[in-house]
Ligand binder design. Structure first.
Ligand code: SF4
Length: 393
């Protein structure tokens, strides 16, 4: 791509720019592989600004790999709650356990050992090994690929296997061997702050003179748009029971099974976390929800429950646009459901729950505030929780 003289200048310009203008991020102030690893996992599907408070809180609770390895999984998930994509947290802990068991608590420095850990692919292994140990591995993710493709005016689907391999070769060839960690971060920083997806700021770019995409005037059209999945609309109905003490019921994370999920189960949509009794509906949500509760709650046939609609909650998971219709059910005594747990509605985060479940709880609490349970119609209803909406955040 560049002759050796240009390559040296290219590297120098980008590194100098990075050292001068890089953002001050908590994981850039350390060489601790555990901290770098944690940041890389959190940043996989989360923006930097959103990840920072989670990163700092998580490290306060699990300051090193041993603390993480020995913690109950439920607690790890609870401290991850809100970041989404919980498989990341599960794999993080599994990898921590392997690191303690097989490497005496030290992150492995060999490429193949790092790559064998759960949740660690080529990109993450290259990032950790280069930044923590100065190993010569070039990172390549969507962000870096976009920068490289613009520099070389590479068209087409960048994720196509052959093209991706060529981009990896380009990344390897550009890597500054003396400072691989800084180099990788410099390329990523360029992609995150200057060579951004929608409108690259070429006038501020330290390597603009080497950019073929800019010269040809095609930088903004690289990468080409990928084929998008059609959005699938999903409607769920959720039951939010509340007893006189403000307690509610949550179902446990669904067990993973190879068998096709039954119509009553919506495990992936509730993130394999604790959740309200929920089912997928097409029409008459209250009727279907009541029938669902009858099937799952012993003795319910004899009870008269009033299902109070609590608005709508919208949520998006990949290509699914989910609408949840929460129903508030005030009861004197919570029904007994095998495996379910009782928790305060205003503090459901005492169990690992997803953002979606939190949104449903907020909607139910809001409904309770605007629909004060009538003393005559519902003598067992709890008083409204003032300030509860803040508690759930
Ligand atoms: S010149 Fe523009 S398109 Fe090229 S790398 Fe720099 S910011 Fe990206």
């Amino acid at each position: 791509m560049l002759n050796s003289k240009d390559l040296a200048t290219f590297r120098k310009r980008l590194l100098c720019w990075f050292r001068r203008f890089q953002r001050d991020l908590p994981w850039r102030r350390t060489k601790d592989p555990y901290r770098i690893w944690l940041s890389e996992i959190m940043l996989q599907q989360t923006r930097v600004a959103a990840a920072i408070p989670y990163y700092e809180r998580f490290l306060q609770r699990f300051p090193d790999v041993r603390m993480l390895a020995t913690a109950p999984q439920e607690e790890v998930l609870r401290w991850w709650a809100g970041l989404g994509y919980y498989t990341r947290a599960r794999n993080l802990q599994k990898a921590a356990q392997e690191i303690v068991a097989d490497y005496g608590g030290e992150f492995p420095t060999r490429w193949k050992d790092a790559l064998a850990l759960p949740g660690i692919g080529n990109y993450t292994a290259a990032a950790i090994l280069s930044m923590a140990f100065g190993e010569k591995h070039a990172v390549l993710d969507g962000n870096v690929a976009r920068v490289l493709a613009r520099l070389g005016a590479i068209r087409g689907d960048l994720r196509e296997s052959q093209r991706w391999q060529e981009l990896q070769k380009t990344a390897d060839g550009l890597l500054e061997p003396k400072y691989p960690g800084d180099w990788n971060q410099a390329v990523m920083e360029l992609g995150a702050t200057v060579c951004t997806p929608r409108s690259p700021q070429c006038l501020l770019c330290p390597v603009a003179q080497y950019c073929k995409g800019r010269r040809l005037g095609i930088a903004e059209s690289i990468p080409e748009k990928r084929i998008k999945y059609t959005t699938v609309e999903v409607t769920l109905a959720a039951a939010v029971f509340v007893d006189g003490k403000g307690q509610t019921i949550l179902y446990p994370p669904p067990k993973r099974t190879k068998e096709k999920a039954s119509a009553d189960h919506v495990p992936t949509l509730v993130s394999n976390m604790w959740h309200f009794p929920t089912l997928s509906v097409t029409a008459e949500p209250a009727g279907y929800l009541m029938a669902f509760l009858r099937r799952h709650t012993p003795g319910v046939q004899n009870r008269k429950w009033q299902l109070v609609p609590a608005g709508k909650v919208r949520h998006t998971v990949t290509y699914r646009a989910i609408t949840v219709l929460p129903f508030l059910i005030n009861v004197q005594k919570l029904p007994l459901i095998t495996g379910a747990k009782q928790v305060p509605l205003r503090d459901i985060s005492s169990l690992p729950v997803s953002n979606l479940t939190r949104k449903v709880a907020r909607a139910a609490l809001a409904a309770q505030l605007s629909f004060p349970p009538g003393a005559e119609s519902n003598p067992f209803a709890p008083p409204p929780f003032r300030g509860a909406l803040q508690v759930l955040r």
